[in-house]
Ligand binder design. Structure first.
Ligand SMILES: Cc1cc2nc3c(=O)[nH]c(=O)nc-3n(C[C@H](O)[C@H](O)[C@H](O)COP(=O)(O)O)c2cc1C
Length: 255
């Protein structure tokens, strides 16, 4: 079925959809928008830009929700909050409410993906969190099946029982074929989590374990063709930071 259907009775032929379509899928004829036979990204720009509500996307539930521009967020506050964000390694016992988890996942779902592939998935470790962490602890303590750069960690760090997840109540793995797509989704999710009063730690060590342990991969059920790109350890922070940390000077050139 054609992914885009134009309701002729509503279309006024303004061409806003045609001009904004990234894949030249639309054209105007006889004062109405029509669809080509080429490929459609299903990005939804035509749906979002149409002032008449004349576009239907047949493969999706079409939300009637009004768009909210990011300008609604005060940029100075946003920047200050971004600079104040810290990796959290100490969490309280408080569980993360289901509505907050849904908001975090929704932020990931709406992050941009190359070619609108929407090829990012999310695994909440839930009932397998303890078992997954125990497997990783075992792996790091033994060190033998790890490449040398990771094997040295077992000497450099004390591998406690909570080394990977720090006692946090929620762990979300972000998986994809694309490092960039999953990275962007994670960043959206992190900002959402922070705005909900939660703290986040990226556990790169856990991601490393997913590369080396088949047993772990079987346990966490990664979608076919995907890799675990980030492991987001989430919970209520048990620490508060009073000031912004120093950073290296900005490296930026204008050519
Ligand atoms: C991809 C990625 C992986 C990370 N992995 C770990 C990790 O396994 N364990 C850890 O304690 N911190 C980890 N971190 C946190 C970094 O050490 C931290 O971001 C950095 O020290 C800067 O501190 P800040 O995030 O508080 O600004 C990771 C961060 C990123 C972005």
């Amino acid at each position: 079925m054609n992914p885009i259907v134009i309701k002729e009775d509503k279309c006024i032929g303004c061409a806003l959809c045609v001009n904004d379509c990234p894949s030249s899928y639309l054209y105007i004829e006889d004062g109405k928008a029509h669809t080509n036979t080429g490929s459609c990204l299903e990005c939804g720009h035509c749906y979002a830009i149409c002032p008449q509500g004349a576009v239907v996307m047949t493969n999706y539930d079409c939300p009637e929700e009004a768009a909210v521009p990011m300008t609604e967020l005060p940029s100075d506050t946003l920047l200050a909050a971004m600079r104040s964000r810290r990796s959290i390694r100490q969490f309280t016992d408080q569980t993360v409410e289901q509505e907050k988890i849904q908001k975090i996942l929704e932020a990931g779902r709406y992050s941009p993906t190359g070619g609108n592939s929407q090829n990012v998935s999310y695994i909440i470790l839930g009932s397998k969190q303890k078992e997954a962490e125990a497997l990783c602890v075992d792996l790091f303590r033994k060190g033998t099946s790890l490449p040398s750069r990771f094997a040295s960690f077992s000497e450099r760090f004390k591998i406690t029982d909570d080394f990977f997840f720090k006692g946090a109540p929620l762990v979300i793995l972000v998986t994809s074929k694309s490092d960039v797509n999953a990275g962007l989704a994670s960043s959206y999710m992190e900002i959402m989590a922070e705005s909900l009063g939660l703290g986040v730690l990226y556990s790169g060590f856990f991601v490393a374990c997913t590369r080396f342990s088949r047993k772990l991969r079987r346990l966490i059920r990664i979608p076919k063709g995907h890799k675990v790109i980030t492991c987001m350890v989430i919970g209520y922070p048990a620490v508060k930071y009073h000031r912004i940390v120093p950073r290296k000077p900005l490296q930026s050139i204008t050519l």
